[in-house]
Design a protein around this ligand. Structure first.
Ligand code: NAD
Ligand code: GLY
Length: 359
């Protein structure tokens, strides 16, 4: 069983990430440190019928008291109204500072519950049990927690680390293929920016079916890689930005298409192909990289082209609002080769010209 421990500086310090196929049936010992405490389980309406029973039973078996809150599924749940509802639920349940919140679900539930944990009573204990591939390889570790504001995604948030992350890769069996694909986009991203060996492994497997048996080791590797980056740059001031490879165009696509039309991970796939092409034009990325990434994405039935109708005119305004922008420059993550990335400031006008030439 791969038991990855990632190191994150600051409170509460290093925390364990347990990754195992079938872990949900064996988590009681992991929850023993919460004996005598209350644990508020926050989940959504799709995940609750599948896994909430096992989680609450394990909490009881560990000698803790579970409280269950089931929210609507989807991105719109990551909002102030649902957050306020969670605070009321925690107060009604008598949750105090020595108790814990457990996020059971995808990135939406993880980000929302994490923000509630960071702010309720100025911070309570926080456990992540991610159930989507995207949440297992990315959002459940690293401490970014947030809710959306009507004017933009993740505008209200904090850096708040969980004290325990429990990952059962078998939960991915109930996830629909579109969501699996969105997570695979992020997995391929880790290969592109940090680990040529991981990229080669994904390429050699060649299909979702062949890769699935390797999920425990793949998830563990992605978390190890993210852990190293977050350890170097916990507050996203430098190195951590490379995790945003492909995200410059991806955020613009998500925005222009309307949130939920193109999933985040799908948009990242399209954005990675574009970023490789931009990198080549900037003289940073070797010329065949764009096609190499495109071939791997295509083998995994992932999108590589900007959806029809999303012209540069439609995409560019939100691209220029990218959180990584500095003055008139947009900071783009470019590959020096597969497995090595750096952030490069590119004048906005130049990027617009690149986009116009390729459309
Ligand atoms: P999600 O949480 O909306 O989950 C996708 C869908 O899958 C939902 O309908 C959910 O109910 C369902 N689901 C979850 N697990 C399931 C399972 N095992 N079986 C069946 N259905 C299941 O989406 P997501 O892609 O996991 O997360 C997206 C969110 O993550 C976005 O809000 C994004 O901003 C955030 N995010 C955060 C970070 C971070 O570092 N904090 C990083 C990346 C993304
Ligand atoms: N998902 C990007 C980050 O955690 O920085």
């Amino acid at each position: 069983m791969p038991d990855v421990r990632i190191r994150i500086p600051g409170t509460p310090g290093e925390y364990p990430v347990m990754i195992e196929s079938g872990l949900i049936f064996r988590i009681t010992p992991c929850l023993k440190p919460f004996e005598g405490r209350k644990i508020a389980v926050i989940t959504d309406e799709h995940v609750a019928p599948l896994y909430a029973g096992q989680i609450t039973a394990a909490i009881e078996a560990a000698g803790a008291q579970p409280f269950l809150r089931i929210l609507p599924a989807g991105e719109t749940t990551k909002c102030m109204e649902q957050l306020t509802g969670i605070y009321d639920f925690l107060l009604d349940s008598g949750i105090t500072r020595i108790d814990a919140l457990l996020a059971l679900g995808g990135g939406v539930i993880g980000d929302l519950t994490g923000y509630a944990a960071a702010t309720y009573l100025r911070g309570v204990r926080f456990i992540q049990f991610p159930t989507t591939l995207l949440a297992q390889v990315d959002s459940s570790v690293g401490g970014k927690v947030a809710v959306n504001h009507p004017r933009g995604k993740n505008l209200l948030g904090a850096f708040y680390q969980p004290e325990l992350v429990l990952i059962d890769t078998d939960t991915l069996r109930t996830l629909d293929q579109r969501q699996v694909g969105a997570g695979l986009g992020e997995v391929i991203k880790y290969g592109c920016i940090l680990d040529a060996g991981l990229f080669r492994q994904i390429e050699a497997c060649g299909s979702r079916e062949n890769l699935a048996p390797h999920y425990p080791e793949i998830v563990a590797r992605c978390i190890e890689l993210k852990g190293q980056v977050v350890f170097e740059d916990p507050y996203d001031r430098g190195l951590r930005m490379i995790l945003n490879f492909g995200h410059t165009l991806a955020h613009a696509i998500e925005n222009a298409a309307g949130y939920g039309q193109v999933l985040h991970g799908e948009a990242v796939c399209i954005g990675m192909v574009a970023a490789a092409a931009w990198g080549t034009r900037l003289g940073i990325t070797p010329p065949d990289t764009e096609n190499h990434i495109r071939r791997v994405l295509t083998a995994y039935a992932l999108p590589t082209e900007v959806p029809a109708g999303l012209t540069t005119e439609k995409l560019f305004p939100s691209l220029a609002l990218d959180k990584k922008s500095v003055g008139k420059d947009i900071r783009v993550v470019c590959l020096e080769e597969i497995g090595r990335a750096r952030t490069v400031p590119v004048p906005a006008a130049k990027l617009k010209a690149f986009m116009e030439q390729s459309s």
